[in-house]
Design a protein around this ligand. Sequence first.
Ligand code: 16C
Ligand code: ATP
Ligand code: CA
Length: 568
Amino acid sequence: MERPGRLLLQSELRVRNAAYDVSLSRSLLIWKRRTSSPVYHPFRPRFCVPLFRRRPDPGVCHSVPVSEIISVREEEEENGSRQRDDGSWKKIREREGKDCRQAFTVLYVERCRQHRWRCAEVTFTCSDEAVCQHWVSSIREQLASNTSRPKHLLVYINPYGGKRQGKRIYEQKVAPLFTQAGISTSVIVTEYANHARDHLKMEAELKKFDGVVCVGGDGMFSEIIHGLIWRTQIDCGVDPNSPEEALSPCSLRIGIIPAGSTDCICFASVGTNDPVTSALHIIVGDSQPLDVCSVHHNNMFLRYSVSLLGYGFYGDVLSDSERKRWMGPARYDFSGLKMFLTHHYYEGTVSYLPAKGIIGTPRDATRCRSGCVICQHNGQLNSERSEKYEMDEASDSESSGEWRTIRGKFLAINAASMSCACPRSPKGLSPAAHLADGTTDLILVRKCSRFNFLRHLLRHTSKDDQFDLTFIEVHRVRRFRFMPRHCQSDSDLELDLHENSKRQIFSQICKDHPACGCAPAYSSWNCDGEILTHTGIDVRVHGQLIKLFARGIEELPVFEDLSNPCAI
Ligand SMILES: CCCCCCCCCCCCC/C=C/[C@@H](O)[C@H](CO)NC(=O)CCCCCCCCCCCCCCC
Ligand SMILES: Nc1ncnc2c1ncn2[C@@H]1O[C@H](COP(=O)(O)OP(=O)(O)OP(=O)(O)O)[C@@H](O)[C@H]1O
Ligand SMILES: [Ca+2]
């Protein structure tokens, strides 16, 4: 909890019918009831907790970090009652007695269950107009001095993502909050796939904006980052296609208003997929760096990924589900069940460069949370190393034997650059993965029985460790490559040429006759919900390449906080 610091203002004001000592510093707004008898808080406390967890608030004292004030509004007097700036009537004067003539309302962030944020408000009244004015202008000054808050945003809405609610969600839940916070917007409702990406690449006047807002799902977010990363590289004179180039970080932050089917990037970086919570994180100007993987095939750029790169099971689920878009988000469950029953495995070679010198492993009990020290430490390490080791990792370390290689039969090969937590699996594919540590967790699910695979899948939804199974291995890596068996070099394939040719014939037959039960030769990659056109890929993590309007998942509040500034 922050300490209040030097006071800018201190007055006795009224909240409803009670007198409060109200103070403002650069960091906190505090209002404390002027009474000696302990009473229960008449409003909701700062954290909305269930009644059974509420405690008597000794001095009825509230504090709000100035950084979490959304806006301040003067209540205007008219015809004996007061009118809000937004026009809705509010009879404050009648309620509070004739001496209370001036009022202002502070809107601020209030935390609710499951990482949700809401906009709460408190109205202060006082008899002196000058005092009231002074309070309003002081709070506004403090808000204006916060340079991390966006003032102008470029908003892209996918009207067809998820349950096709993107436009309604933005107009009803988000736009009114932006207006209250004094944020101006330029809104584009996309008319076709890749509209947002191409607009960002070629047309958008990015200098006019402090950030980009994506209303949609993970696929829509993917469009936004492709446009923004490409544009940034061109502006910085970096070749966006080269697998060996150090990419330039994007300066504009991206806000995600979740309106898709999985919304894993929003869920894993905020802790919930709630549009109002996301809008408030944008308004207060949060910033959360994010790792981005670049994916190449034979030195040709394919795509970027920030969440899941999945071959085998998740690739097959996605390919199958694309034909069932009409089912909405339920398509993933249908195709998931189908692919689970189909139980295909795939052969290939995975090579990877383990992440050395970093803190953390994929089996840690600690989680990436707001202000994560592991992301800070490893991020710093990465930026120090990037210049020095850029070429080493691409060539020297390979020849010096740092690369490790695994050949085998796999049900799934997954790379999770973040936890990939989502409502289907609140802990995610790799629960200990970090948003911004410059690594990805490479999860190999070797061929196993359906029963064992089900055990693994089920553990994504329980407390049990999904990696604690003999057929699973997981490595934290900076870079990896995959080569499906049918693409391997002649020398590799010569070993079992006869068997291979038999398999290729079978794979054709099996595509035509899926019921025959033979595994097809290859799957496809699911890259953040998009299917890649190639199967042999080279993946490299670019630490903290982009930034979100988020702060990572907050630890649950500790109510016994002894550093409560009200106690000072
Ligand atoms: C028995 C229940 C097991 C539940 C296991 C749940 C594991 C779920 C893990 C989800 C990980 C999502 C990673 C995020 C990927 C996104 O970049 C991408 C774009 O939005 N989404 C998907 O590809 C969408 C991928 C959606 C995958 C859904 C998989 C559903 C599996 C269902 C298996 C049913 C077996 C039932 C046997 C009786
Ligand atoms: N106007 C549009 N018409 C058709 N497709 C669009 C349009 N705008 C964007 N798209 C595409 O729609 C695809 C899916 O969008 P989105 O990610 O918003 O929803 P989703 O797939 O339901 O959710 P998730 O990605 O979270 O699973 C994206 O790949 C995006 O490129
Ligand atoms: Ca990471």
